[in-house]
Design a protein around this ligand. Sequence first.
Ligand SMILES: [Zn+2]
Length: 126
Amino acid sequence: MNRFKQWLYRFMYGRYGMDTLNRILSAVVFIILIVTLFLSGYPRLILSGLGFLLLAYIYFRMFSRNIYKRSKENEKVVQFFNRIKNIPKYRYFKCPTCKVKIRVPRHKGKIEITCPKCRGRFIKKT
Ligand SMILES: [Zn+2]
């Protein structure tokens, strides 16, 4: 076992390894695997082919020596998911009187907004 560990360590030296993108892809492969259990015929064939390709891609990324490129890919994906998580929780309205921008929480229905600058009131749907 120790020998295997050493071999693995040497093998993985200078290679990229696991990252967020690979974890996401692994989860997708896992889901595909489960879905294929309920399919038959061509859909099953196509989907398992897709899962296989994804798996190959995961291994390609894991063993890649182009660490810079792989981490750039990962960064893009992480940024994308961060953007989804940070879907704006606020809406911005302009006060009809003084044109100042006002930040209002989303999904509160129709509310009356009081402008912090001129105290003018107006109703908006959030
Ligand atoms: Zn105002």
